[in-house]
Design a protein around this ligand. Structure first.
Ligand SMILES: Nc1ncnc2c1ncn2[C@@H]1O[C@H](COP(=O)(O)OP(=O)(O)OP(=O)(O)O)[C@@H](O)[C@H]1O
Ligand SMILES: [Mg+2]
Length: 404
């Protein structure tokens, strides 16, 4: 792993954090130390009410009236607004990967020794202030805390305004690299566990009005204890927000995982786009390779038509109203080819897959419904995460060893 930004991003200014430890500036902002308060003032700050000893003594006829409402607790502290810590609180270990929205490093918290992942947001080319995509990413990660969503710890800053890092728990693998590395696919019992975790995270995001909009195996992290963490909320947005002129952007979701309604130009879409991606991920877990490896949008549409059979009035009543539908000539009706493509899955499994890979977003299964699907309660049952094998972590620089 390179310690310097690669040739693909020549314009990125070199971060001091990328340099040797010795180069770090002598000033490292530290949380302000509290001035030791005198015993009496500390007492009054922590106590909810006036201590007995400080109650003034009144003549017996006077009723004591506290100087605050008895129904509202006294305000003793201001909200904890404090400046972001410095990236120099972390020791850089190695670069994990450079994606389209940021470079990800593995690092150690100098105070606690915890190993973390730092995603340096790409802000260099920004002329209009802090980019909305970065704000959305931080907002979505913070509002979707869940066992199966990567944990965000804090946002730290470097020496310049273009150096903003999101600090996350370090997770050993991403599912794409893991699938490439594994000699054989996951077992059915393992796929059920992974799917339940993924669906549970997606359901949580949707319940919190967040669309992920970029679900794919490289954005699913997996630790060595059999737990999946959904990551990369760089394209996420709140779907309750008013949609501007022109609707929501179609430039979402990596091509292979993109729902047919987006391919056909829909400008209003919802949680169902994430569910299509979940269907593609389910298929990828079964096949150990991506389902629709198309070079472009037209090829992808052709591949979808081939697997599902072309859309009909029944399977997708709104098809003809989509902006790009008129530009396509539908092939002659054919039955779907799910069974021949997925020969070893049970009927229940196939039913779940088809419910996810459904043309009509209105009829596509939701995350909450999918969690209740009979596939998860039939034999073999989901495997306990503790029973998953552990693998060498490429992100931590570990080599493919004797584990396989
Ligand atoms: N918390 C983490 N722990 C370990 N590795 C991580 C973590 N977060 C991200 N990574 C690694 O870094 C890669 C890129 O991260 P991420 O997807 O967040 O960035 P991105 O720039 O949005 O990427 P892309 O556009 O390629 O999807 C991931 O695929 C994963 O391999
Ligand atoms: Mg990514």
């Amino acid at each position: 792993m390179s310690s310097e930004p690669g040739p693909s991003t020549p314009s990125r200014k070199r971060s001091k954090w990328d340099e040797d430890e010795d180069d770090r500036p002598s000033y490292v902002p530290q949380p302000k130390r509290r001035v030791k308060a005198k015993a009496s003032s500390m007492k009054s700050a922590d106590d909810p009410g006036p201590p007995q000893s400080r109650t003034p003594s009144y003549p017996p006829s006077t009723v004591y009236k506290p100087p605050y409402s008895i129904y509202v607790p006294p305000r003793t502290r201001h909200p904890p607004i404090c400046p972001s810590r410095s990236v120099y609180c972390y020791e850089r270990l190695n670069q994990i990967e450079e994606g389209s929205y940021g470079v990800v490093f593995r690092a150690r918290d100098k105070q606690t020794g915890d190993i973390v992942a730092l995603k340096k947001l790409k802000l260099d080319e920004e002329k209009n202030g802090f980019p909305i995509t970065a704000l959305r990413e931080i907002y979505a990660l913070m509002s979707c805390r869940h066992e199966n969503v990567v944990g965000v710890r804090e946002v730290v800053v470097g020496d310049t305004l273009t150096q903003v890092f999101v600090v996350m728990d370090f997770i050993e693998h991403d599912l794409k690299s893991l699938l490439n590395m594994m000699p054989s696919p996951f077992l059915q019992s393992e796929i059920k566990t992974l799917m339940l975790q993924l669906l549970s995270a997606v359901n949580h995001c949707h319940q919190n009005w967040i669309l992920h909009r970029d679900l794919k195996t490289s954005n699913l992290l997996m630790n060595n204890r059999g737990t999946i963490k959904v990551a990369d909320f760089g394209l996420a947005r709140r779907y309750g927000d008013p949609v501007g002129v022109g609707g929501m952007t179609q430039l979402v979701v990596t091509l292979w995982y993109r729902a047919p309604e987006i391919l056909l130009g829909a400008t209003t879409y919802s949680t169902a786009i994430d569910m299509w991606s979940v269907g593609c991920i389910f298929a990828e877990l079964l096949l150990k390779e991506p389902l629709f490896q198309a070079q472009g949008e037209l090829e992808l549409i052709a591949m979808i038509f081939k697997l599902l059979g072309p859309p009909t009035k029944n399977s997708w009543p709104d098809y003809s109203t989509l902006p790009l539908a008129k530009t396509l000539t539908l092939p002659s009706p054919q039955p779907h080819q799910f069974r021949s493509k997925f020969q070893y899955i049970t009927s229940a499994g196939l039913d779940l897959l088809m419910s996810l890979l459904t043309y009509d977003p209105e009829q596509r299964i939701s995350a909450a419904e999918a969690l209740e699907h009979p596939y998860f309660t039939e034999s073999p049952l989901p495997k306990h995460p503790d029973l998953f094998s552990s693998f060498p972590s490429a992100a931590a620089g570990e080599k493919y060893g004797i584990l396989f």
